[in-house]
Design a protein around this ligand. Structure first.
Ligand code: AMP
Length: 541
C-alpha cells in the first residue's frame, strides 16, 4: 500500500520561500573588497534572486547547464547559490586557490557555459579563461570603473540586474535534478565532481540543522569563513535560510584581525572554518585581546582540530568548539563531536578528549569501518578500519565516472579513504588515510601530481611526496628525491623554482630531501607509511 502524503518536491526554492515568508527582515552583511559593509535582508535577497534567475535566462542558461562561480563569500555569491539551482541550472563554485591548469580542467570537464567572477579575482580568472573554450559569458561583480581585460564576452552583474524583472516562477519540479557541482582532489591527480541534487541538498540542510548536528536557530548570527567554493560552504548558506539565522560574509578579508573585528561588531554566534583559521585567530587574540564570547559555537572541520586548540578556546576564551568531519562527497556533513549525557560528569580535560574525536554520524548518515577484505569491524575504540558511509546526501558516483569500484562498494557504500576507529558510543576517531593526498590549511595537495611534476625534471630519477604534520597548516608536503646519476648536481632551490612554474604556491614542498633510494613495499610501491614514520618524526636523512 502506498502512503497518501503530498508529493512535495524537496527543491532549494522551498528553503528560500520559507526564509522570505517567515524571516524577511533578517540580516545579511558582507564585508566588500573595499572594506565597507554591505547590508540587506532576506527579503532583498529573495527579490534579487528572482532578478538573477531572469538574468540567467537572458544569458541563455538552460535547465541542466553548469554555471561557474569564481568568488569570495559575498551576498552576490549567495544570490548565485540560490538563483542558479532555482532556475534549473547547476551551480559550480570554482576553487580560487588552484592553479590555472587545474581550474581549466574543471571548467572544461563541467562544461561551464557562464562564469560569474568577483572582479578582484579577474586577473586569476583570465589565465583560466585562456585555457578553456566552453565559457560563453563572463559576468563580473564588485567591478570598479577602471577594470581592464582582454576577455571577450564580459559583462557587468549590476548592469544585468538593473534591467531584470523581479517576478519569476521557480523552474524545478523534479527534486532529483542536479543543483550543485563541487570538484575534489582525486587520489590519482584528476579532480572528481560530486554532483548534488535538490533533494540531497535539502535533506542535508534539514539534517545539518538537527539539534544534535549543527543546530542552527533563528537567534544565530552565522559567519561562514569556510569558502563558498569549498563543499558548498558546508551547506551553511542554505542552513541559515532554513533557520532564519543572520549571515555575515567576510568577502576577501580573511586575516585574523579582520575576522576578529567582524565577530565582535556583528555579534557572531556561530563561525565555521578550518583549524588553520582558528589557530591564527587564537594567536591574534593572544596578542590583541578582544571578547569573542558572543560565539556560542565555533564550528571546525575540513582537517582534524588539535585538542590543544579546543582546550585553548574553551578554557581561555569561553568559546565552545564543535568539531565535525565531512567530505565534499557527503555534501559535506558526516559526523559531529558533541558530548553525550554520559560525558556530563567528566572533568573538562576528558571532555576535550571527546571533542577532539571526529564524533558521531549525523542522523541521516550511516557509517561503518571495514578491514581490507570488506568485513565490518567492531566499534570497540581500538580496531582500525576504513571508514565507509551511505545516506541520502552521500554520492553514489562521481560526475561522468560510472563504474568506480575504487570508491564504491558492491553493496552501495562510499569508500571515504579515511581510516580510523569507532568507540562503543559511536565516536569516530580518524587515525590515517588511504588516499595519497595532503591536506594543508583545509585544502588538498595531490602528492601524485607533485611526484609527476618532480619526475618530469631531468635531474630527478624518482620522487615520493608525503604529508608531514605542521602546527599552522595541519600538514605540509615533503618531497623525497633520488637524483638522476650523472646529471650533475640538482639543488633544492632549482627544484623549487622548477615546480613553481607547474603548481600553485601553497603546493610547493617545504622540504626536499635527497636520498639514494626510496623504500618500497612488497608490491613495489613507494612505502609511504615508512617514509611518514621516518620524516614525520623528524628523523631526516
Ligand atoms: P574535502 O572534501 O576537501 O572537504 O575533504 C574531506 C577530507 O578532509 C576527509 O576525507 C578527511 O580526510 C579530511 N577531514 C575533513 N574533516 C576532518 C576532521 N574533522 N578531521 C580529520 N580530517 C578531516
Amino acid at each position: 500500500m502506498q502512503g497518501l502524503m503530498a508529493d512535495y518536491p524537496l527543491t532549494i526554492d522551498r528553503i528560500l520561500e520559507h526564509a522570505n515568508r517567515i524571516y524577511p527582515h533578517k540580516r545579511i552583511a558582507t564585508r566588500l573588497p573595499d572594506g565597507t559593509l554591505h547590508r540587506y535582508t532576506y527579503a532583498d535577497l529573495y527579490g534579487r534572486v528572482k532578478q538573477l534567475a531572469n538574468v540567467l535566462r537572458s544569458l541563455g542558461v538552460k535547465p541542466g547547464d553548469r554555471v561557474g562561480t569564481f568568488a569570495w563569500n559575498t551576498y552576490q555569491h549567495l544570490e548565485l547559490y540560490y538563483a542558479i539551482p532555482c532556475s534549473g541550472a547547476v551551480c559550480h563554485p570554482l576553487n580560487i586557490r588552484l592553479f590555472p591548469e587545474q581550474l581549466a580542467y574543471m571548467v572544461n570537464h563541467a562544461e561551464d557555459r557562464v562564469v560569474f567572477v568577483d572582479a578582484t579575482l579577474l586577473p586569476a580568472f583570465e589565465q583560466v579563461a585562456d585555457l578553456v573554450d566552453c565559457v560563453e559569458h563572463v559576468v563580473l561583480f564588485n567591478a570598479g570603473e577602471d577594470r581592464k581585460t582582454h576577455l571577450p564576452n564580459i559583462s557587468l552583474y549590476e548592469t544585468w540586474m538593473a534591467d531584470a524583472d523581479d517576478t519569476y516562477e521557480w523552474a524545478v519540479t523534479d527534486e532529483n535534478r542536479a543543483m550543485g557541482l563541487c570538484y575534489t582532489s582525486g587520489t590519482t591527480g584528476k579532480p572528481k565532481g560530486a554532483l548534488f541534487s535538490h533533494r540531497s541538498m535539502v535533506l542535508h540542510t534539514f539534517g545539518g540543522n538537527q539539534a544534535n548536528a549543527l543546530g542552527l536557530v533563528e537567534t544565530d548570527v552565522v559567519l561562514p569563513v569556510v569558502p563558498q567554493f569549498h563543499a558548498m560552504a558546508w551547506g551553511l548558506p542554505y542552513a541559515c535560510a532554513l533557520a532564519g539565522a543572520d549571515i555575515v560574509m567576510p568577502g576577501p578579508h580573511l586575516k585574523p584581525e579582520a575576522l576578529a573585528e567582524l565577530i565582535v561588531t556583528e555579534r557572531v554566534t556561530l563561525a565555521g572554518g578550518v583549524p588553520t583559521i582558528w589557530s591564527e585567530l587564537y594567536r591574534e587574540l593572544k596578542g590583541h585581546p578582544r571578547d569573542i564570547s558572543c560565539i556560542r559555537t565555533l564550528l571546525v572541520g575540513g582537517s582534524a582540530m588539535p585538542r590543544a586548540l579546543i582546550e585553548a578556546y574553551e578554557k581561555e576564551l569561553g568559546v565552545s568548539v564543535l568539531h565535525a568531519w565531512g567530505m565534499t562527497e557527503l555534501s559535506p556533513l558526516g559526523t559531529v563531536s558533541r558530548l553525550q549525557s554520559n560525558h556530563r560528569d567528566l572533568p573538562d580535560s576528558e571532555k576535550w578528549d571527546v571533542k577532539a574525536k571526529q564524533g558521531n554520524a549525523a542522523a541521516g548518515v550511516e557509517m561503518r569501518i571495514v578491514d581490507e577484505a570488506g568485513n565490518e569491524l567492531p566499534w570497540d575504540g581500538k580496531t582500525v578500519g576504513e571508514v565507509q558511509v551511505r545516506g541520502a546526501w552521500v554520492v553514489k558516483s562521481y560526475y561522468k565516472l560510472d563504474s568506480d569500484p575504487e570508491h564504491f562498494t558492491p553493496d552501495g557504500w562510499f569508500r571515504t579513504g579515511d581510516v580510523g576507529t569507532i568507540d562503543p558510543y559511536g565516536y569516530l576517531t580518524l587515525t590515517d588515510r588511504t588516499k595519497d593526498l595532503i591536506k594543508s590549511g583545509g585544502e588538498w595537495i595531490s602528492s601524485v601530481e607533485l611526484e609527476n611534476a618532480l619526475m618530469a625534471h631531468a635531474g630527478v630519477l624518482e620522487a615520493a611526496v608525503i604529508a608531514i604534520p605542521d602546527e599552522k597548516w595541519g600538514e605540509r608536503p615533503l618531497a623525497v628525491v633520488v637524483p638522476t646519476p650523472d646529471m650533475g648536481e640538482v639543488t633544492v632551490q632549482a627544484l623549487r623554482e622548477y615546480l613553481a612554474l607547474k603548481v600553485t604556491g601553497f603546493w610547493l614542498p617545504d622540504q626536499i630531501v635527497f636520498v639514494e633510494e626510496i623504500p618500497r613495499t612488497g608490491v613495489g610501491k613507494f612505502d609511504k607509511k615508512l617514509l611518514r614514520r621516518q620524516y614525520a618524526e623528524g628523523r631526516l636523512g
